[in-house]
Design a protein around this ligand. Structure first.
Ligand SMILES: [Zn+2]
Ligand SMILES: [Zn+2]
Length: 149
């Protein structure tokens, strides 16, 4: 999906939710949506500085907090990085497959995995407040490239 279209969808959601989609938030949204995989806050800051020379780390972190709260991005805990969510207008279960070689991150939405996880938590008397299910390995593309070498 093209970036302007995503921006329009995000704009509409913010209006519906009564939250402010400020220029900085929009800039960070646009930057992060241009990445294939996950991106760190500092890489985003470098890019943001090209648009907003006065941007500081808190500028980026505040914008990311907003985007996380709105569900526009996901946090990749094991990489301490952020991932643009393609389907941000629906609430969804999430599991991540992360390629150690090329950095590709595949977002899965398997309700059964989440339910099993929650079920096990319940059996242990545990209430989950936030969860991340992340697996590291090699993507299909990287496995093929390796075999050809
Ligand atoms: Zn998502
Ligand atoms: Zn890969």
């Amino acid at each position: 999906m093209s970036i302007p279209h995503q921006l329009e969808r995000a704009d509409l959601l913010c209006k519906q939710r009564g939250v402010r989609f400020t220029p900085t938030r929009r800039n960070v949204f646009t930057l992060i949506s241009g990445y294939q995989g996950a991106v760190s806050a500092y890489d985003l800051l470098d890019k943001l500085k090209e648009l907003e020379p006065n941007a500081k780390p808190p500028t980026v972190y505040r914008a990311l907090d907003f985007l996380l709260a709105q569900g526009f991005v996901h946090k990749v805990e094991s990489l301490n990085a952020f991932l643009f969510c393609e389907h941000f207008d629906e609430h969804h279960p999430m599991q991540l497959l992360i390629c150690n070689q090329c950095g590709l991150v595949v977002e899965l939405h398997d309700e059964a995995i989440n339910q099993a996880f929650e079920q096990q938590a319940k059996l242990n008397g545990f209430v989950i407040t936030n969860q991340s299910i992340e697996a590291h390995g090699q993507c299909r593309q990287c496995q093929t490239t390796e075999r050809q070498c």
